[in-house]
Design a protein around this ligand. Sequence first.
Ligand code: ZN
Ligand code: ZN
Length: 147
Amino acid sequence: MTEEAKRTSCEGGSLLRKSGSEAARGASVSAFKKIPVPYVIERVDDGREITFQWEEQGHVGRYPARYLRLACQCAACVEEGSGRQLLDPDAIPEDIRALSVRLVGQYAVYFGWSDGHSTGIYPYEFLLGICPCPECTARREREGTSE
Ligand SMILES: [Zn+2]
Ligand SMILES: [Zn+2]
């Protein structure tokens, strides 16, 4: 395991995750659905935006902090079982920021938000599924899976 892979937190700058996808790269023709691992996670504009680079070349999702905060799936934000949203969007400040981004194992991140919330875990697969880039937005609209 490289030093890079062992690093588990990022309070300030960008997070390079080049080692994460190496195993999957050799098996790109396999039938397995590989778990997406971003190459770079970066807090932009003091955490008002977080970018995830999903592929080595290109595919960058620029996630506004508020968009991610509203998508929090933790038990305080979404009712377990029913999936009903408990979080009141009006209660989330317009200028919310991600103060920190931490890796959770090899599959997820969590954010420390400026409103004090930090219990939500965001699996990469979930984040890729809500990727706000034009291509993903268009694909979700085509497939009718947008909520
Ligand atoms: Zn939450
Ligand atoms: Zn995308």
